[in-house]
Design a protein around this ligand. Structure first.
Ligand code: HEM
Length: 119
């Protein structure tokens, strides 16, 4: 399995560490925190682990909603999307993901901007 990002970054444990760190950062950000008020964070974390595993080529099926469907009711602004992206990038780096794989993952994320912003 050459160049499967999921394996290169350390598999399930690494993805779980990144996602935990990512939501710590998001929930500590007062610009973003209101969006997550009252959300089921256990379910959200589980779906985020599946989602990142799936986009990095891991042997995991994503069982949540599509990105447009999941976010349409939230009326997210572009600045919020960029802030979430910055927290994910920081969480990836902080957990030892190398630059090439940070770039690979972040280009997948940028590609989701229109659906997440429902435009
Ligand atoms: C590329 C960026 C993003 C990705 C990959 C992503 C991924 C996800 C995933 C996988 C879910 C779970 C969907 C489900 O359970 O069916 C979700 C839900 C959610 N996301 Fe995002 N998200 C992104 C950006 C954002 C942004 C920018 C915000 C807010 C500022 C946000 C706020 C939320 C909230 C509040 C939920 C829960 C919605 C609910 O349960 O009603 N997300 N996201």
């Amino acid at each position: 399995m050459a160049h499967v990002v999921y394996h290169e970054i350390g598999g399930r444990e690494a993805v779980e560490a990144v996602v935990a760190d990512f939501y710590d950062r998001v929930l500590a950000d007062e610009q973003l925190q209101p969006y997550f008020e009252g959300m089921d964070m256990t379910e959200l974390r589980a779906h985020q682990v599946q989602f990142i595993s799936a986009v990095t080529g891991g042997p995991v099926e994503y069982t949540g909603s599509g990105m447009r469907e999941a976010h349409a009711h939230l009326n997210i602004e572009e600045a919020d999307f960029d802030a979430v992206g910055a927290h994910l990038e920081a969480a990836l780096r902080e957990n030892g993901v190398d630059e090439a794989n940070v770039d690979a993952i972040m280009s997948e994320v940028v590609a989701l901007k229109d659906p997440v912003l429902n435009r």
